[in-house]
Design a protein around this ligand. Structure first.
Ligand code: A3P
Length: 942
């Protein structure tokens, strides 16, 4: 036996080597021992630590949290007087409530467009109407009422399928001339008028409508509204129930008539009290507690029996949600179905980050069971419905044991759902510039999917926080394709998050990007009772508000939700079940779910015009900037562009500007030689990373630097102004103008040198005078390509529709030839380029070339190549005469434009517009020749 020899020891080892505690006075004695005190303290601390850990575990298992939350889960409750599914509920005559069919022969003569008359461009109902048309992708023309009428017909077709008046009184009080034209159009093309009756003055409560056997009454208080189930207008709208309260509408106009042309579409119930103005009504001290009510017509169909024009009149605006639906139906009815949309809506609900979430806010086993059940319930309402689960395998089993149990259960039910990948660790792809690193993240996630046997909803993927999808991060698209074979994704960021009605899709690098909608639930939206802004806000969104209208207006709806929305009080399932039931109660829309790839195909079949994206500027949207690689910079985008047109001296200006020490151009494109032709052609599809790669990265020195690019075919490209404006809204645009006839002639010779077949086959005169309808195709095309860019005024107006005049710089191309130093000095001033660079020492006229050329540091001259300043015979006078006449209207418009913008009229324009060419077709050849000497206004002065 070994005994501890130390004094006051509490412990001794027994024969078996076990320790035992000493007893008796030793113990008492030991209390005074500092080692004992220290040990006691240590034991106490240990005990506390264990308790804290135990408590922590208890809390972190979530059991405690889940047990203590008073989980009064919201119960789906959508009262609906009409049966939502056939075969359920009381006996109904279903045939009666089938959606009306509006299609008629008259639609063949109408364009699918609305003509919307607003009171002012800022009036509130007018704005809401326009927004609702945009949300539903209905094309429209906006006009301020009381001004002139737009052209109503085009080649025997009516340009508008329906006429809408924000204020119907403006239609009634239109001057008789315009009213006559409008009514004649309506009768001839069988187009109807849809109008809203704004209350007219506070004290008028009853009046008749001039020219109609109809009177209106004003009510400041209505009790409820209901629809006429017999109305032929109802197509999307289904008479769901009696509704109250009635949105934000303060005052209602109701209609009264004995004429048989008028049929009710909607009624309101008004209290049976004397009709008195609103202000006085407020002062009545003791109104009856439950007012007796009377039914009044609040939306009225005029079948057109009275004066041959059908009309639909609304007694209140869009503040009452049902009127959004009635507006769509009204337009469909009045346009004979020309403005009808399909009744099918597609619904896909993604649950992002199914393994990502804070402990205590994650799914527990009963939530998983309920998720399966909710899906089954939704499947009975929405054929094909499946929740689409997004996973980051790196977060699997990161919860408490109880939460991990839920994940196991979810994986047990894995085949019930569709699955799609996020990144392995939920990292944001834009933060990684390297494709291999991104691929590695994805490969991990893929391995996880394989190990777990997840039934992948092939070809769909989502990036955390939309990162890399838009603004586009090319490595993400590449890695997605190589690892997963992704073909579809979705984002809420294109073109911008807000307003949601403008979200659109696009296709990039073979991947279809669908617009994604939010239903108001985010990772932090967890409890019904704690819904931001109050649960009433959520209910309103479901019952006629934002979520409801999103489902109505979008043919394809991809919704984003999160795992935590299906935990705790399971708000996610509540929202979708309620929304779907409400939609079925109030509309005839049929909801369906399809896998993402099918949805994408449906979407881009419906909206093929959306396939090509419009690249925005990431620096103009804070959210975009947050998900844009730190290695990218808007400083790598040009400050100004030389936009053309071709053959006006663009190369000369480009190379002269490049001499300036503070100005840098793009590096050459291997495909198009010096021009990038980004905004005008196929290169645009390559995205802005491609574009920016041609410009030097921002320098570290503090020197100011100006970047520019020149692509001479930007000038007349149809989509170019819009594209440039989206990416470079503050860029300066330089355009060079020479006589359009001269430009055409130079271009013709350019084409001949480039072996254009038609240019070699036909003479210049044959090309310019070719009949644009009957000439052989190649000739027609050449004819257009030669002449179109010379429509200077037309093209400049397209640019000016998007850019302020201060950003547009017009350079006289004849002056550029004769005095480039002056032109460049002026441009430096206009573009505010610092430091000023004196070109006098760097440009020199070279006789042999007949043009100004650069002077290098060794004082050698360097002229532009043979292709610039070509020698060719002078233009025939007949051709010049023809072209001067051809361009006469355009040149006149150009002169006006110059004046409007405050530019002096170039002498060549005066000459083109002068009478001498018409009076004397025998113009001396040297005046019009495009050979070397003819470039000079006054070569001798140099
Ligand atoms: P021509 O070759 O028909 O004479 P672009 O560069 O836009 O294609 O324009 C070519 C035209 O630039 C030439 O047309 C030429 O007239 C004109 N130009 C203007 N300044 C020039 C210069 N310094 N050197 C060569 N050509 C110049």
């Amino acid at each position: 036996m070994s005994t501890s020899t130390s004094r006051g020891s509490l412990i001794s080892d027994d024969v078996n080597g076990r320790r035992r505690v000493a007893k008796g006075h030793h113990i008492f004695h030991s209390f005074l021992n500092p080692i004992f005190v220290f040990r006691l303290l240590l034991a106490f601390l240990l005990l506390s630590l264990v308790s804290i850990l135990a408590l922590g575990y208890y809390v972190s298992t979530g059991r405690h949290y889940y047990a203590t939350i008073p989980l009064s889960r919201p119960v789906v409750n959508v009262p609906c007087a009409w049966p939502q599914t056939r075969g359920q509920g009381p006996m109904w005559d279903y045939g009666k409530y089938l959606p009306a069919v509006h299609e008629g022969k008259a639609q063949l003569r109408l364009d699918p467009r609305a003509l919307l008359f607003v009171t002012t461009t800022h009036s509130s109902l007018g704005k809401s109407l326009a927004e609702w048309l945009v949300a539903n992708r209905i094309r429209y023309k906006l006009e301020v009422a009381g001004k002139s009428l737009p052209v109503l017909t085009n080649e025997g077709k009516g340009k508008f399928g329906v006429i809408i008046f924000e204020n119907f009184y403006q239609y009634l009080h239109m001057d008789s001339w315009h009213r006559g034209i409008l009514d004649k159009y309506c009768r001839e093309y069988q187009v109807g008028v849809l109008g809203f009756l704004a209350p007219q003055g506070e004290n008028v409560f009853s009046s008749s409508l001039p020219g109609f056997p109809l009177s209106v009454e004003l009510y400041s208080h209505v009790l409820r509204a209901e629809l006429n189930p017999e109305s032929r207008v109802l197509r999307i709208t289904r008479p769901g129930d009696v509704v109250s309260p009635l949105g934000t509408v303060q005052k209602w106009v109701t209609f009264r008539s004995n004429h048989s042309t008028y049929k009710p579409v909607e009624w309101v119930h008004v209290p049976l009290e004397p009709l008195i103005p609103f202000d006085q009504a407020k002062s009545i001290s003791d109104p009856p507690p439950v007012p007796r009510s009377e039914q009044k017509i609040s939306v009225l169909l005029d079948e057109g029996q009275y004066d041959g024009i059908p009309r639909i009149l609304f007694g209140a605006g869009l503040g009452f949600w049902l009127h959004h639906l009635l507006l769509l139906d009204g337009m469909s009815y009045l346009s004979h179905g020309r403005l009808s949309d399909s009744l099918t809506r597609y619904l896909l609900v993604d649950i992002d980050d199914i393994f990502v979430g804070k402990s205590g806010f994650r799914l527990i086993p009963p939530d998983v069971l309920e998720l399966v059940e909710a899906q089954r319930r939704l499947q009975s309402l929405v054929p094909g419905f499946r929740f689409n689960l997004g996973f980051s395998g790196g977060f699997h089993h990161r919860g408490t044991p109880y939460e991990d149990e839920a994940e196991d259960l979810l994986l047990y039910y894995k085949d019930e759902f569709w699955w799609f990948p996020h990144m392995w660790t939920h990292m944001q792809p834009h933060s990684v510039d390297n494709i291999t690193a991104l691929e590695a993240h994805m490969v991990f996630n893929k391995q996880f999917a394989v190990e777990q046997g997840l039934p992948m909803n092939g070809s769909y993927a989502i990036a955390p926080h939309h990162s890399g999808v838009y603004p586009v991060h090319e490595p993400l698209y590449e890695a997605w394709k190589s690892v997963w074979g992704v073909e579809v994704t979705a984002t809420e960021e294109y073109p911008h998050l807000r307003p949601p009605r403008l979200r659109r899709g696009f296709i990039h690098n073979g991947i279809k990007v669908l617009p994604r909608q939010t239903c108001g639930l985010y990772t932090h939206t967890n409890l019904y009772e704690e819904f931001p802004g109050g649960k009433e806000k959520l209910e309103e969104s479901i019952r006629g508000g934002e979520l409801f209208l999103t489902l109505v207006s979008n043919r394809v709806n991809v919704f984003m939700t999160h795992m935590s929305n299906y935990a705790l009080d399971r708000l996610g399932s509540y929202v979708f079940e309620s929304a779907v039931q409400f939609l079925r109660c109030w509309t005839n829309l049929r909801l369906e779910t399809r896998p993402p790839l099918q949805l994408a195909d449906i979407y881009f079949d419906l909206y093929p015009e959306e396939q090509d994206p419009i690249w925005g500027n990431p620096c103009q949207d804070k959210r975009h900037l947050e998900i844009w690689s730190k290695n990218k910079s808007c400083e790598r985008l040009p400050n100004f562009l030389i936009i053309g047109p071709q053959k006006t001296g663009t190369t000369a200006l480009y190379s002269f500007l490049s001499i300036h020490p503070a100005i840098s151009s793009n590096r050459d494109s291997p495909e198009t030689f010096e021009e990038l032709q980004f905004f005008s052609g196929k290169n645009y599809q390559k995205g802005i990373d491609w574009y920016m790669s041609f410009f030097p990265p921002p320098a570290n020195d503090n020197e100011t630097r100006y970047l520019f690019e020149k692509s001479a075919n930007y000038f007349d490209g149809t989509l170019v102004p819009q594209r440039v404006h989206a990416l470079l809204p503050s860029a300066h645009l330089i355009t060079i103008l020479i006589p359009p006839s001269k430009r055409a002639y130079s271009w013709y010779h350019h084409q001949r040198v480039h072996n254009d077949k038609a240019a070699l086959e036909f003479s210049f005169h044959e090309v310019i005078t070719a009949n644009p309808r009957h000439a052989p195709r190649a000739l027609r095309e050449l004819h257009n390509r030669i002449l179109q860019p010379g429509m200077y005024a037309h093209h400049l107006e397209r640019w000016l529709a998007l850019f302020p005049p201060q950003q547009l710089h017009l350079v006289d191309g004849e002056r550029l030839k004769s005095d480039p130093i002056l032109v460049l000095n002026q441009l430096q001033t206009e573009l505010k380029i610092r430091p000023f660079f004196d070109y006098a020492n760097h440009l020199k006229y070279v006789d042999q070339k007949g043009f100004y050329c650069q002077v290098d540091s060794l004082n050698k001259t360097k002229c532009l190549g043979q292709g610039k300043g070509r020698n060719y015979p002078p233009m025939e006078s007949a051709s010049l005469k023809f072209l001067r006449e051809y361009y006469q209207p355009e040149n006149t418009a150009l002169e006006k434009l110059f004046k409007r913008l405050g530019y002096p009229i170039p002498s060549w324009l005066e000459e083109e517009l002068g009478t001498e060419s018409q009076n004397n077709p025998q113009i001396p050849a040297e005046e019009i020749s495009n050979n070397v000497s003819s470039h000079w206004e006054n070569p001798g002065s140099q």
